[in-house]
Design a protein around this ligand. Structure first.
Ligand SMILES: *Cc1c(COP(=O)(O)O)cnc(C)c1O
Length: 387
């Protein structure tokens, strides 16, 4: 059987078609030459890019104010591609000590194994920057709101320190999203996302994005993605684009729910502490207010009084709310950082970061708040009753 041909169709589809094709063929050798010489535009092979990844990357670049960007197979491949795309032998890396756990492994284990010297700084403590960001530093990696303590980075100080030594500032903007903070407009050179989370929003794909301002550096990173095979699946990009259309609506609803949930938690006897940058008693509240005028995000942390038995009682009674380890879903999701993401971190290091054994992280979803409130009230009462 031969390959089919697309039927004649003068119309233009409203929804973006899915392009799963790995290969694109051309009419003649000279057309191929025109393509390779950049005289015409086109796709050749999926690892070098596909229409669905280009459409999605352009939307995200627009949201971030980037000159360009590329989709990757995951958030982690976006960060890895940025590092491998710009680092050369002898370069130093400075990284926040409060990154997403796998990013900490990348800078703490993988990059040192490849010979790069990595120094850490506390993103909320400008005094720690001078020792970490030095003239040998090529890349500075930070996030804006940390996981799971929701500490707000002193972004202006970090950007200034990076600029002073000519280092590239790479920002993982997953927790803040382009609607709450734009790293590139605030002194960053590169911005990365785990599109897996809030941007796509439905927990049905893994995707990353890396964008920036300098076309030469963006080309180096795009080359790294196609050489290493960090490219994104067309199907995942197609689904993520569909999710992105409702991103702002979802963000608005989830942020309003998060603010209401924080208030509910503060008022309940079973809870000893609430971590949410929108609360006046949050350690970085003033900084959050000045840096994040569009809202404080969709994550809330809280500590249950008592011990593990209280957490067990809470989770058993909170059966309607999934307990797992991701964030940014349309549904509210609970995580216990000490048991999952920070399980392998030594206990004293964990406690130094403020990650108590009974800390519960909530990725707040877009449900009707009445549903969330009813589920939490029941589960918190059960935690309290467990003694
Ligand atoms: C989830 C996450 C990542 C990793 O993204 P994947 O798509 O799972 O590879 C990186 N940074 C942050 C802040 C995340 O939440």
């Amino acid at each position: 059987m031969r390959r089919g041909v697309l039927p004649e169709n003068a119309g233009t589809p409203l929804a973006t078609p899915l392009f799963p094709s790995v290969m694109y063929h051309y009419e003649s050798v000279s057309q191929m030459e025109d393509l390779y010489e950049g005289r015409i535009e086109g796709f050749t092979y999926a690892r070098y890019g596909n229409p669905n990844s280009v459409i999605l990357a352009e939307k995200l670049s627009w949201m971030e104010g980037a000159a360009g960007g590329t989709m990757t197979a995951s958030g982690m491949t976006a960060i890895t591609a940025a590092m491998l795309g710009v680092l050369s032998q002898g370069d130093g890396v400075a990284a926040s000590s409060q990154l997403y756990r796998r990013s900490l492994k990348l800078v703490g284990e993988v990059l040192p194994r490849l010979g790069f010297e990595v120094r850490q700084f506390d993103p909320s403590e400008p005094a720690s920057l001078a020792k970490a960001i030095t003239p040998g530093t090529r890349v500075v990696l930070t996030e804006v709101i940390s996981n799971p303590m929701l500490r707000v980075a002193n972004f202006a100080a970090i950007a200034e320190a990076a600029k002073a030594v000519g280092a590239l500032l790479l920002v993982d903007n997953t927790f803040t999203t382009p609607s709450l903070f734009n790293p590139l407009a605030n002194g960053a050179d590169l911005v990365a996302h785990s599109v897996t989370k809030m941007l796509s929003g439905h927990s049905d794909l893994n995707l990353g994005y890396i964008g920036g301002l300098d076309p030469v550096i963006l080309d180096q990173i795009a080359d790294t993605i196609s050489i290493m095979g960090f490219n994104a699946s067309p199907h995942d990009c197609w689904l993520a684009e569909r999710g992105l259309h409702t991103f702002d609506l979802r963000l608005r609803q989830a942020q309003a729910n998060a603010a209401s949930l924080a208030d509910l938690l503060v008022a309940h006897e079973a809870v000893t502490r609430v971590h949410y940058p929108g609360l006046a008693d949050h350690v970085d509240h003033d900084l959050a207010r000045s840096m994040l005028p569009n809202g404080y995000g969709t994550m809330v942390g809280f500590v249950l009084g008592g011990d593990r038995s209280n957490v067990d009682a809470f989770l058993a009674a909170a059966g309607n709310i999934p307990y797992g380890s991701t964030l940014g879903d349309v549904a509210t999701v609970l995580t216990l950082p000490a048991i999952s993401s920070h399980r392998t971190m030594p206990r004293d290091e964990r406690l130094a970061l403020g990650i108590e054994q009974n800390l519960v992280r909530v990725s707040v979803g877009i449900e009707d708040f009445d549903l969330i409130a009813a589920d939490f009230a029941e589960a918190l009462d059960a935690a309290k009753a467990a003694g």
